[in-house]
Structures are given as C-alpha cells and as structure tokens.
Design a protein around this ligand. Sequence first.
Ligand SMILES: O=C(O)CCC(=O)C(=O)O
Ligand SMILES: [Fe+2]
Length: 377
Amino acid sequence: MAEIPQLVTHQSLLVSDQSKPIIKKSVKVLAEIPNLNTIPSNYDYYSNTTNKIPLEEHYYQGSEQEDSVPIIDFSLLTSNDPDQRSKVIQELSRACQDWGFFMLINHGIQEKAMKAAIGACNGFFNMEEEDKLEYEGSHPLHGIRYGTSFNVAKDNVFFWRDFLKLMVHPHFHCPTKPLELSEVLLDYSRRNREVAMELLEGVSESLGLEKNEMQKELELESGYQLFVANYYPPCPEPERAIGMPPHSDHGLLTFLIDNGIGGLEIQHNGKWLPINTTIPNAILVNVGDQLEVFSNGKYKSVLHRAVLNNKVTRLSLGFANGPSLEATLSPATKLIQTTNCVPAYIAIKYKDYLELQQTNQLKEKSCLESLKNQLIN
Ligand SMILES: O=C(O)CCC(=O)C(=O)O
Ligand SMILES: [Fe+2]
C-alpha cells in the first residue's frame, strides 16, 4: 500500500477532528501518489453507518425505466409561433414536476464555448498546488473559492472532489491564472445566463404567472450566478468513496455539463438513475431549492450525487442561477393569492440561505427542510 505523505501544503488545510489532526490536501494530489491502491480512511464514505451502501435494488434495472430524462427544445421558447411556445411551456411544467431534471437542447451555446470552458478549467486544476492555493477561500460569499470535498471544517467524511467556485454575476470573479481562464469563463457565463433568464421566464409562465413575475419578485436582474467546476480524479476504490453525496442545489435552476465521463446519478421515484451526459451539446438542467420555494413545492429540487471511477478524471461545470442575494425567498406572492394556498416555506434572505447551506454539511435536502412551514408540513 502506498504511503500517504504527511505534508502540510497550506496551513489552513489542516483540519482537526479533536482526537487526531487530518492533513487535508487536494484529491488530485492524493490520486497522483504512485501506486495508490486504497483510499485513506477519511474518504471511506460508506463506513459511516448513516450512508447507505448502494444496493442493486436501489437502481433502475434494464427496461424497468420506461422513459428517460425529458428533453426540452429551447429554440421553441424563443419561437414566434405562440402554439409552439405554449407547448414547450407545458413540457417544461411536466419536466419540472415529474423529474426536476431535463436536457436542454438547441440553446444556442456553441459546443466550442463548452469545450473551451472545460479545457480552461482543466488547465486550472492542472496548475501547481501552490498556485491554486492562492485562490483558497472559506467564506461562501467570497468571489473565488478553490477547495476540496465540500466544507472541510464540517465534513465527517471527505468527498473525492476538488472544486473551484466563482461568483460570476452580478460581478464577475475569476483567477488570473491560467491566462485564458477569465476570458473563456466570462463569455461562457454570459451565454449561460442569457439562456437561464429566458428559461426562467418560461418557468414563471409554466406556474401560471406573468413571464416577468419571477424576475420582479426575486430581483433576477442582479441575480447571483455561481459557477462551480468539479474535478474528480480516478479513485482507487470508487465503490468506497463518493465524489458528491446525495444533495439538492441552492438556486433556481442549475445548468450542468461534463467532459463526457459518466458519474452523475439522480434520484427518480425513489431509485437511482445514472445520467447519460453524452447527448451532443445538451445542458442538463435541474430544479434548485429556490424554485421549490418559489413554486410553493409544486416543482421539487431533486437529490443527485456524483459517483467515481478508477480510470479517468471527470470534470463537470455547473451554474447555479439564483435570485439576488438581497432578495427574500418565499413562495410567489401571486401564486399564493391565486391558488389560496398557505405558504409551505418560511421566508429567508437568499444570502442567509446560501450561507446556511455552504457552511454546513452537504446532506440531502436538510437545508431546505429547515424552511418548511411546520404548521402545514
Ligand atoms: O458533477 C456532477 O455531475 C454533479 C455536481 C453537482 O451536483 C454540483 O456541483 O452541485
Ligand atoms: Fe448538485
């Protein structure tokens, strides 16, 4: 078994669990240790008794899964034909209700821009560790945060994942190295945001609201857009560790692409479904916690996780498209008025929600659960 060098790469990566200090470094550094054939015990996700070992029966088998993640044609949303538009809005509604996930096609973002973003992020993770550590940040609202696992100060078990998180709207933040990163990501973020804004108008209509209702209530003009690059190097024991545990996302809609290496699984009707992300030029979109709140629970954020492999590095790039940090999250006022329903969630400022989610453990939908209106849930 390979020796894990006890090397402190950066003071603030030293994490103590009271009894023994754990020297925390990127999983990329770990994975590159020659002949590493077991994972360090602090990555043993399933040794924790509350994390259930994924049994075969928890997965969809063969033909059992009749339909797959819905496909939404974005070009129909921008079509001049009102019938086409109302048809796709109905499809959006179904996809958000039945799946919470869909593949977005014909969105107009060129494959070239996606590949450039993946290449530039790969370049970032391949820089020397000390260069990346310049961008280490611990506060959830820091513009740039390079790190590992999810929240090393709180994680009981570490996740086999390094990340780069950037606030890209309302202000654009990006490392200055590697050189091409900021130009590529600025362009890519803007395009994603344009698509997200248009899509959110459709979602607003799909809830029976005016097209610009969500934009007004959640101050989307100054909406918080968080870019996340996830780096999952090969893991010597992929069945014992996890890249990201089951969780839902904050924000309204998340956009995700990857480098064509499978690993994302979503929970659908109580079972896990591996997602094929090789549909050319498609973006995987999922409902986030704030859309669940805004829709008063009609559209639910869905649990998903990232599993590992022992052969190739997987890189995924996501955008959490959210309300303004200053906006108060609550079920849409008009929705509550017109449906005569009781708000199922208590109100909270998005900034506070984000802080709550990012400074705790990443654990299923625990953060959203805390907002549920106890009087009716
Ligand atoms: O890497 C993936 O496929 C999922 C990443 C993810 O769920 C996230 O960044 O929130
Ligand atoms: Fe996620």
